[in-house]
Design a protein around this ligand. Structure first.
Ligand SMILES: [Mn+2]
Length: 314
């Protein structure tokens, strides 16, 4: 799946742009969150793009790992690439409140060259993830098994990254495949950041329907102890390519101090990421990576931006 051809895209940047295993082109973008929120009997439902705010700002009670009273209070923000607002872009995400699971996916934009909207794959993958989560034992959800099932059920053409994070009896239990990911912030410091999985610069690991792409088993699995007061920030590369860790952390810390709900913090993070994405001169994580890969590239990267913020509360 390494075959690639070089294509010119934004400005003077050249990137590998894959057809068979589409890497993100520099034309990165994606919009349209799939939002699952409990509130009915099935406890996890699709709720389109209406992000209702959630109750209960985080408390600062210190709990120990394994404390069954820990909860995730989550909110999200999704800013599609400006050019893709009409189709909703290619990112997708979900929040399952009662199961305490969040997920993000980033459909690979390169498929647009062959007329395929990868957003469909990403949304289907997240939708089937929610279905699989409902079948998991309460309190010990296995994100790897969830992703495996979701992948086997997803039939749409396209490909996508995936990141699923569950709060279980053992702490955070997560799987990440590709260049989406998550960070855990504690007392103003980043205590965990999931590594990016790439085959090469701008060529993410990705799931594809059928036998193409990478396999769910290539995803990295994590078990991370958490305590009340921790904040989990999950996002697609539209977030992590544009904001440095300390920038994300600063917004989170401010939000917690101000008693902001997670959705509001997510909106603030997404807005800052968008601001950086539009900045043509400021150094960003993406411009650094591009330069390291030998490209002349400055500024941010315009893309779909998905941010899910989850407060771990006692
Ligand atoms: Mn992206």
């Amino acid at each position: 799946m390494a075959a690639s051809t070089s294509k010119a895209l934004l400005g003077d940047v050249y990137v590998d742009d894959l057809i068979t295993s589409c890497g993100n082109a520099l034309d990165f973008t994606k919009p349209n969150g799939v939002f699952y929120k409990s509130g009915n009997r099935s406890r996890c439902r699709k709720a389109s793009l209406s992000f209702r705010s959630q109750k209960g700002p985080n408390s600062h009670l210190i709990s120990i790992l394994g404390d069954r009273t820990l909860k995730l209070i989550s909110g999200s923000s999704y800013l599609p690439h400006p050019d893709k607002e009409e189709t909703g872009g290619e990112d997708a995400h979900f929040i399952c409140i009662d199961e305490q699971v969040i997920g993000v996916a980033d459909g690979v934009g390169g498929w647009a060259e062959v007329g395929i909207d990868s957003g469909q794959f990403a949304r289907e993958l997240m939708s089937f993830s929610v279905t699989a989560i409902r079948e998991e034992p309460k309190g010990s959800i296995d994100p790897a098994r969830v992703l495996e099932k979701a992948h086997s059920n997803t039939k749409a053409k396209g490909s996508s990254t995936a990141c699923i994070i569950a709060l279980t009896d053992k702490g955070l239990h997560a799987i990440n495949l590709g260049d989406s990911g998550f960070v855990v912030v504690r007392d103003g410091s980043t205590v965990f950041r999931s590594p990016v999985q790439q085959h090469g610069f701008n060529f993410t690991y990705q799931l594809e329907s059928g036998s193409g792409g990478d396999l769910p088993s290539s995803g990295q699995v994590f078990t991370i102890p958490v305590i009340a007061g921790d904040v989990v920030i999950a996002g697609t590369d539209g977030l992590f390519d544009n904001l440095y860790n300390n920038e994300v952390t600063a917004v989170v810390v401010h939000g917690v101090r101000a008693g902001l709900e997670p959705q509001v913090s997510a909106q603030k993070i997404a807005a800052l990421a968008r601001q950086r994405a539009l900045d043509k001169s400021r150094q960003t994580p993406f411009s650094t990576a591009a330069q390291d890969a030998g490209f002349r590239y400055y500024g941010g990267k315009l893309d779909d931006i998905t941010v899910v913020v989850a407060y771990v509360t006692g």
